[in-house]
Ligand binder design. Sequence first.
Ligand code: NAD
Ligand code: TDX
Length: 335
Amino acid sequence: MSAPITRVLVTGGAGFIGANFVHLTRRLRPEVHITVLDKLTYAGDRASLAGSGAELVVGDVADAELVDELVARVDAVVHFAAESHNDNSLTDPSPFIHTNLVGTFTLLEAVRRHGVRLHHVSTDEVYGDLALDDPVRFTETTAYNPSSPYSASKAGSDMLVRAWVRSFGITATLSNCSNNYGPYQHVEKFIPRQITHVLTGRRPVLYGAGRNVRDWIHVDDHNTAVWRILDAGETGRTYLIGADGELDNRTVLAMILEQMGRGADDFDHVADRPGHDLRYAIDAGPLRTELGWRPRYTDFAEGLADTIAWYREHSDWWAQAKERVERRYAEQEWG
Ligand code: NAD
Ligand code: TDX
């Protein structure tokens, strides 16, 4: 699509997907200079970037002056920074509006001023949910219908990017990906929460009946797709990223219990998340046929085993956050 990328700004690069993007980029494109802009909220950790060689700038993506200065120095921006947890958005939506909407707006104004290419990372949750018994999947033309403050703020950020492409001619692409799993994921999220519950002697917890379906993709597959879009994506286009990984929560939990040597009934059902989306499913056809992308992790059980091994070996990375998160969950009416 354009000249090769040699200097990239990664917003939210100290978070789960951003940090994995930085490490993957270091492995696959050692020539690329990486600057990370991250506010280091509860979800960001500088330790996640250890050994990556990335330059970390601690700051807010909604800080116009700082963002302008950083964008001026690069030829591409990959925008991961966000408040990302649905449960948190139900207890306090305000940081979601600030970071996901004002932060994206701030970045758009900077890339507009400097003519810098942007890739905006978004979620399949902008499309709302699907019925459990319906074979349909989300495509890039599915109507937006977000359910939670989190997904509404991401939907709004997508709309801002599309408008800046159309009205101001910025060079931007978008992607909407399904549920990621892998190393460095915050212990508030479903898979790491259950793994670290087992590792700390707690009983895993399933929201409601656990029939909700998520379309799981390994974080490295998400990030190879982002690079493919950076290299060959069409300006203004939205690409859906998914790896045909639909599973209900009960099945995922059963696999975790089995792989960790726990009994099949060794968990509790807890009160359900308000407004809990039933099912997400991605049709990633155009990414495969037009851009030739393929996922590497096609066996979820294998990717899950690697992830369990990573959490076993890295309790120093998650132990403190675990206690903080569980205190927060204890104050919620669900979970
Ligand atoms: P995360 O919560 O693990 O990381 C978010 C990062 O952004 C953290 O490092 C945090 O410190 C940083 N951040 C938050 N507010 C900031 C601000 N105002 N300024 C600068 N940095 C700030 O999230 P994640 O799971 O890595 O998600 C990354 C992106 O991918 C998000 O945009 C999310 O919507 C999207 N996404 C996530 C998933 C998933 O399954 N996790 C799926 C699809 C899309
Ligand atoms: O303890 C739990 N028990 C449980 O049953 C938790 C934390 C979650 N759940 C359920 C709720 C969901 O059906 O597991 C499923 C996954 O929950 P989350 O990890 O909170 O993810 P989800 O709400 O599906 O959103 C995720 O995917 C889309 C990411 O957090 C978003 O950032 C991304 O946009």
